[in-house]
Design a protein around this ligand. Sequence first.
Ligand SMILES: [Zn+2]
Length: 102
Amino acid sequence: MKLTKCMCGGSLGDLVVEKDGVKMKAQKCGKCGETYIPGSEMLRYDMIKGKSSMVRKVRKSGDSMVVTVPKQIIEKFNVHDGDVIAFEPHGKEIKIKIVHAE
Ligand SMILES: [Zn+2]
């Protein structure tokens, strides 16, 4: 989501911030100097830096796209080989339901 105005009322300009060698598209307020980095860019940073174990890269496998399940999810939701994962679209987000195999 792109903001058009800062909390202070100043207008935002596009800017690229570099953090540990990772370039992120951000916005900076011309009035107070506040920098806004979108959540999607933060996620990308975490993924590149391997900081978030809850982020997965999508890979191509034949005609499908494959995503692995994070270890924390496997443990918390007791996911086993053969279980089914159901995707429920909710607007721009997807809810994932784990259905255990008998
Ligand atoms: Zn501002």
